[in-house]
Ligand binder design. Sequence first.
Ligand SMILES: *Cc1c(COP(=O)(O)O)cnc(C)c1O
Length: 401
Amino acid sequence: MTTTASLIETEYRLGAHNYKPLDVVLSRGEGVYVWDMEGNRYLDCLSAYSAVNQGHCHPKIFKAMIEQAQKLTLTSRAFRNDQLAHFYEEIAALTGSHKVLPMNSGAEAVETAIKAVRKWGYEVKGVAEDKAEIIVCSNNFHGRTMGIVGFSTDPDARTGFGPFAPGFKVAPFGDIDAFREAITENTVAFLVEPIQGEAGVIVPPAGYFAGVRELCTKYGITLILDEIQTGLGRTGKLLAEEHEGIEADVTLIGKALSGGFYPVSAVLSNSEVLGVLKPGQHGSTFGGNPLACAIARAALKALTEEGMIENSARMGERFQTGLRDIRSNIIKDVRGRGLMLAVELVPEAGGARKYCEALKARGILAKDTHGDTIRIAPPLVITEDQVDWAVEHFAAVLASA
Ligand SMILES: *Cc1c(COP(=O)(O)O)cnc(C)c1O
């Protein structure tokens, strides 16, 4: 018989152990809620790392997916399809980008940007062959490919996986002087997250990104913002760069670009960077396929036409205020923007994992990160009542300690 326990046992026996999930086996989702095999309901406070901003199984995205799947799913880019141009037009209009390159996973979008920006460095900026440098930040998270883990500073992400590709320099996140010092004549790009999500929702000091933008413009450095997690409404704006009053040269999006239905990512560029890629120099069998494009178009439409970005700003404010009002001696910090939130616990609390287990027992799924931090990122369709309900349970779990 298929039981929760038997599925967990089978996963453990046959699967690689590269994740350590909470022991809840989900079988259904709708809006902000998911249900396990026993029919218990949970408020999803992770949203698949912000891939289901539009809520689980959004009916309009579902409809677009089914309709497109019945017509045409994959052509490869050897031929054209009737969805790609519409996707380009809509994403470009929404974000003000001039060029778009569609990929599948977030990591692929990051890799694509790295390739493009290096080539741009040689062909446009005039950097000597194989000398291009890209500055990244400490505690960055940009994905799991060999190229990306090579410039991670997280020992778990990189230890044992070398040798790694050269050409990356690490500067502390949020430190404008350190960024300035890392710049050389060979610097082609700065790759950075507007808010570091995996690092524990680290919001940079005010003015940091204005300074970064100024230095990038001054020294001809391509500013690449990885908005794969912060983008598409998560922080209460379409893109998190809007909080900083700046514009990136290259923006990476993924995750919620499909509302959780399919892997869809994209490199958006408002400079000449993507222009250096010529036929045969980059590609992907599934990138830009008609099913992906149809899903992404519906996902973007849901996000903008149903007021989800505004709701993210309002509910985020309410959620954060509610969390700040909790009286507890184990809360060290509450931070975030929009519905990208985190509660950091004091070390004496004994780690965030057990509080996530306690929340699970009360019908809330949240993720511990870096030991002492609970990340909170519900779908952007969450209501006031649902926020208040969640805050009550966070208060009960954190105050009882
Ligand atoms: C999730 C994430 C990625 C990687 O996306 P995948 O689809 O998992 O490859 C890259 N950057 C950031 C900021 C992310 O949150």
